[in-house]
Design a protein around this ligand. Structure first.
Ligand SMILES: Nc1nc2c(ncn2[C@@H]2O[C@H](COP(=O)(O)OP(=O)(O)OP(=O)(O)O)[C@@H](O)[C@H]2O)c(=O)[nH]1
Length: 388
C-alpha cells in the first residue's frame, strides 16, 4: 500500500493565494540572491504571474511510514509524521476575504506566535516580510479578532502541521505532545493542535493602533534622551486594557537613519545641536521614515478605521496617503514626566532606577528633545507653561 502526500487538485483559490515566500522556496528558477528591493519588484511581479510548476506526486511505501514520535525527539518526529498523512490536509476557511492579490502586496506575514507577558496577558507577535527592505517588521496583535489575511491564506501543499508552525491557527495550541501524542498527530485535524474554532470573531470597530519606530537606545538601552521606550510600554498597556489593538513596530531606527548614524547624531546633540540639526549635519533628512509597510500591515490585518496613538501629524498624513486607511481619531501620547508637571504631581513622579520594564523617563535632555519635536516637527503636545 502507498501513501500519496501530494494534493491531487489544488483549488483555484489555493492557486490564487500562494504567498510569495512559498513560491521563492519551491520554484527551481528562483535564485537565492533575489532581493525584495524596489528595483526588482517589477520583475518579481512578472515572475509571480508565471505558472508555478507542480511538485511531482511522491509515493511513499507503507513499510517506511514513520513510527510514533518519541517524547525526547518531539520536534523531529512530529515533522516526519506530517508527511505520512493519507488525505490532503484540512483547509480552514479564510478568516477574511483578501482585499489584494499576493502579487500586489507590499508586506505579508510569514509567522505568528503567542507571547505571554508577566501579568498573565498575552498577544500574538506577527513577523512581516516586505518588498521595500530586507528587515522583519513586526505587529503586536492584541485580541483574537484581528487576523492576518496573508498568514491565513492556504499555501500550496501544506499540511495542518505546516500551518500550525506558521501560526495560521485559531485559538490556542494544545500541548498534544504530552497529552496524547500519537492520536493527536495521526488525526491531523485542527482540533488536534488548537483549541480554536474556524469562526471569525467580529473585528473591533476602530481599534487602537500604534505605529512605532525602532529605538534601541530608548527601548533597550535605558536612554533618557527620548521617550520611545515609555511610549511603547504605554501603547501595550492601553491595548491590554482595551483587549484589542495593534502595535506596528517598524525597523526604522533613528527616524530611518539607522543606529550608527543616530549615535553620531547624539555626539552632535551633546555639542548643543538639536535632534533635527544633528540629522541634517550628517547629511540626512530630519525624518527619513516611510509608512508603506505600515499601511500594508494594517491592510493585511483588515484594519481600515483606526484610532492612532501619536503626536506626530506626519504619521497621520502618511498612513492615510493613497490608502483606504482612515485615522478616525488621534489618541495623544503625553510624555509621563510632562503629564506629572501639568497635573502637579511631579514630586510623586518616580523613575525606577535601572528599570528595564518600567521605562518612564525624565530629565533635561528629554525635555529638550520633546520641545524640539513640538517646535520644529509639528508634534501635537503642549509644552508645560513652566518650561515655555
Ligand atoms: N535621528 C534621531 N532619531 C531619534 C532620536 N531620538 C529618537 N529617535 C528615533 O525617533 C523615532 C521615534 O519614533 P516614534 O516612537 O515612532 O515617534 P514619533 O514619530 O516621534 O511620534 P509619536 O508617534 O508621537 O511618538 C525612533 O526611530 C527613534 O529611534 C534622535 O535624537 N535622533
Amino acid at each position: 500500500m502507498t501513501y500519496d502526500i501530494s494534493m491531487t487538485q489544488a483549488s483555484p483559490a489555493q492557486d490564487a493565494y500562494i504567498p510569495r515566500n512559498a513560491i521563492d522556496h519551491m520554484n527551481p528558477f528562483f535564485h537565492k540572491s533575489h532581493s525584495h528591493s524596489h528595483t526588482h519588484s517589477h520583475a518579481h511581479k512578472e515572475f509571480l504571474q508565471t505558472p508555478v510548476p507542480r511538485r511531482p506526486s511522491v509515493q511513499i511505501d507503507a513499510s517506511v511510514r514513520p513510527s510514533a514520535p518519541s517524547p525526547a525527539d518531539s520536534t523531529l518526529s512530529t515533522a516526519s509524521t506530517a508527511v505520512s498523512y493519507t488525505t490532503p490536509p484540512a483547509t480552514p476557511p479564510l478568516a477574511q476575504t483578501p482585499t489584494k492579490s499576493i502579487a500586489d502586496a507590499v508586506a505579508w506575514c510569514t509567522a505568528r506566535a503567542r507571547i505571554p507577558t508577566p501579568d498573565g496577558s498575552e498577544y500574538f507577535l506577527h513577523i512581516y516580510e516586505n518588498i521595500k527592505d530586507k528587515k522583519e517588521h513586526l505587529a503586536f496583535v492584541f485580541g483574537d479578532a484581528i487576523r492576518s489575511q496573508s498568514l491565513d491564506r492556504v499555501q500550496w501543499n501544506e499540511t495542518e502541521l505546516d500551518r500550525v508552525k506558521r501560526g495560521a491557527y485559531t485559538g490556542r495550541l494544545r500541548n498534544t505532545v504530552s497529552e496524547n501524542e500519537q492520536a493527536a498527530h495521526e488525526a491531523n485535524t485542527p482540533s488536534a493542535y488548537s483549541t480554536g474554532s474556524d469562526e471569525q470573531s467580529a473585528l473591533p470597530s476602530s481599534p487602537l493602533v500604534r505605529i512605532h519606530s525602532e529605538c534601541f537606545t530608548g527601548e533597550i538601552g535605558h536612554s533618557a534622551r527620548c521617550d520611545c521606550g515609555e511610549q511603547l510600554d504605554e501603547a501595550i498597556r492601553l491595548m491590554k486594557e482595551a483587549g484589542s489593538g495593534v502595535v506596528v513596530y517598524l525597523r526604522q531606527e533613528g527616524r530611518g537613519i539607522g543606529l550608527g548614524e543616530k549615535i553620531k547624531a547624539y555626539n552632535l546633540q551633546d555639542l548643543g545641536y538639536d535632534t533635527v540639526m544633528a540629522n541634517l549635519m550628517l547629511n540626512h533628512g530630519a525624518d527619513e521614515r516611510t509608512y508603506e509597510v505600515a499601511q500594508a500591515i494594517l491592510e493585511d490585518l483588515g484594519l481600515d478605521q483606526i484610532r492612532l496613538l501619536t503626536n506626530n501629524p506626519d504619521k497621520i498624513e502618511q498612513v492615510e496617503k493613497d490608502s483606504e486607511i482612515k485615522v478616525v481619531e488621534r489618541v495623544p501620547m503625553m510624555p509621563k514626566s510632562w503629564e506629572a508637571i501639568v497635573q502637579g504631581t511631579e514630586a510623586d513622579f518616580v523613575v525606577r532606577e535601572g528599570a528595564v520594564q518600567d521605562k518612564i523617563v525624565k530629565g533635561k535632555e528629554l525635555d529638550r528633545y520633546l520641545k524640539v519635536k513640538v517646535e520644529r516637527m509639528r508634534h501635537m503636545i503642549s509644552i508645560p507653561t513652566t518650561m515655555a
